[in-house]
Write a protein that binds this ligand. Structure first.
Ligand SMILES: *Cc1c(COP(=O)(O)O)cnc(C)c1O
Length: 362
C-alpha cells in the first residue's frame, strides 16, 4: 500500500525493525518469559526517566493513564493547567471523572508559568495539579523545572505531568524534579505504534492512591505497583508493544541518550530554520518552542507568510510526506511538523526538499 511518511505530531513513523520486534512469538503474561522481558526493560526505563521508582506499562493510550491519575490521586480538587487542546482535555477528564476541577487558563501558545500556579495553590483548595509539559497542539513547552520547584512550597499537592510528546526527546529526571506522576503514550517520541503508555508514580502518589476508594479497576495505581514488583502488569498487556518497546530502548541506549537529545534539538532547529527561510513566523511565544515539533503560524500570528495550507499539504503528500494542518481552534491558521522519534538530519532534509518543491508550486 502506498504510504505517506508521517511527520504529524503523533503517531509518528515506525521503523521496520520496531514492527519486526512486534512479531516475536507470543508468551503468557504470567510466565517467566514475560517477567524476564519486563525485568530487562525496567532498568532501561528507570535510567531513561532518572528514577528509582518502578515504571509501569499500560495497554491504553495516554488518556487512559491521565484518567487513572485523576481517579487515583484527586480527593479535593485538581488545578488543570490549560494552554492548548490537550491540556483543555485534561480539565474535561477531571470533570467527567466526577472530580472538582479549576482551570488555570492562559492563551494558546503561551507556556504555563510557576508564578500562576503558585497563586492558585496558595488558596489551599487543591490537592493535585495537572500539567502538560509539551502542549502538542500549539508546539509550546512549559518550564517543567521551574514548575516542579513549587513542590517544596506545596509538598501535599500532587503534580501530575503529561510528557506524552516530550518523553525520550529530552531529559526528564523524575526523582530530581520531585513530581508525582509522569506519563507518556508511546506513539509520539518513542516511535512505537499507538496502544501503549508508560508511567511512573512517586511514593506520595502511591500512598495517596491507597486512600482513595473509587480509584477504579483498570488503572488502579496500587495494582500497577504490586504487579510491577513481580515484573507483571495488572491485566493482560499488549505483549507485542512491549517487545517493540524493548527493541526501541536498546536503540536509545545504543545511540546514547545524550546523542538522542542532541539529535532532537538539532532536527527541531532545522525545521525552525526552514520556516524562517520561507518567511513564516512560529506560533509559540518566543523561548518556549517545543523541541519535538514545530507549530508554524499561517496567519494565526500577525505578519509572516500565509499560504494555501490544504494545497501545501496535498503537494507534500504527493511527494510522500504527511504534515499536520493545525489542531483545534488554530486548524488552518497554523501547521505542525514533527521531528520526533527516529528522524535524523538526513531524513528531515528529505522532508524540507519536498516542502521546498511544494512551496514553488503554490
Ligand atoms: C497525543 C497527546 C495526548 C493524547 O494521547 P492519546 O495517546 O491519544 O491518549 C495527550 N497529551 C499530549 C501532550 C499529546 O501530545
Amino acid at each position: 500500500m502506498p504510504h505517506a511518511k508521517l511527520h504529524i505530531p503523533g503517531p509518528v513513523e515506525v521503523s521496520e525493525k520496531t514492527f519486526k520486534a512486534m512479531t516475536s512469538p507470543m508468551i503468557g503474561h504470567r510466565g517467566q518469559g514475560f517477567k524476564d522481558l519486563y525485568a530487562k526493560i525496567q532498568p532501561q526505563l528507570q535510567t531513561l526517566l532518572s528514577t528509582k521508582q518502578l515504571v509501569y506499562l499500560s495497554t491504553s493510550s495516554a488518556f487512559g493513564v491521565m484518567e487513572g491519575a485523576i481517579r487515583n490521586l484527586v480527593a479535593k480538587k485538581v488545578l488543570s493547567c490549560m494552554n492548548g487542546a490537550f491540556s483543555d482535555k485534561w480539565f474535561d477528564v477531571a470533570k467527567k471523572c466526577g472530580k472538582q476541577a479549576d482551570a488555570l487558563q492562559v492563551d494558546w501558545g503561551s507556556p504555563i508559568r510557576a508564578e500562576a500556579i503558585d497563586k492558585k495553590l496558595a488558596t489551599g483548595e487543591f490537592d493535585a495539579v495537572s500539567l502538560i509539559h509539551n502542549e502538542t497542539s500549539t508546539g509550546t513547552m512549559s518550564p517543567l523545572a521551574e514548575i516542579a520547584a513549587l513542590k517544596k512550597k506545596y509538598p501535599d499537592v500532587l503534580f501530575i505531568v503529561d510528557a506524552v510528546s516530550s518523553m525520550t526527546a529530552l531529559p526528564i529526571n523524575f526523582d530530581e524534579l520531585g513530581i508525582d506522576v509522569l506519563l507518556a503514550g508511546t506513539q509520539k517520541a518513542f516511535a512505537l505504534p499507538p496502544g501503549l503508555a508508560v508511567f511512573v508514580a512517586s511514593p506520595a502518589a502511591l500512598a495517596k492512591a491507597a486512600t482513595i476508594k473509587d480509584r477504579g479497576y483498570y488503572f488502579d495505581f496500587v495494582e500497577f505497583e504490586k504487579n510491577a514488583k513481580d515484573s507483571m502488569t495488572p491485566s493482560t498487556p499488549s505483549i507485542p508493544h512491549i517487545y517493540a518497546l524493548s527493541s526501541k530502548l536498546d536503540d536509545f541506549f545504543a545511540e546514547g541518550l545524550e546523542n538522542r537529545y542532541a539529535r532532537h534539538k538539532k532536527t527541531n532547529q532545522l525545521t525552525r530554520d526552514w520556516a524562517a527561510k520561507h518567511g513564516f513566523n512560529l506560533f509559540p511565544e518566543a523561548g518556549f518552542e517545543s523541541l519535538t515539533l514545530t507549530c508554524i503560524s499561517n496567519g494565526a500570528r500577525p505578519g509572516g507568510r500565509v499560504v494555501d495550507l490544504v494545497k501545501l499539504q496535498k503537494l507534500v503528500k504527493d511527494r510522500g510526506f504527511l504534515i499536520d494542518g493545525g489542531y483545534g481552534k488554530i486548524k488552518g491558521t497554523t501547521f505542525r511538523i514533527s521531528n520526533m522519534g527516529d528522524e535524523t538530519e538526513a531524513t528531515m532534509n528529505q522532508l524540507y526538499a519536498a516542502l521546498d518543491n511544494s512551496m514553488k508550486q503554490l
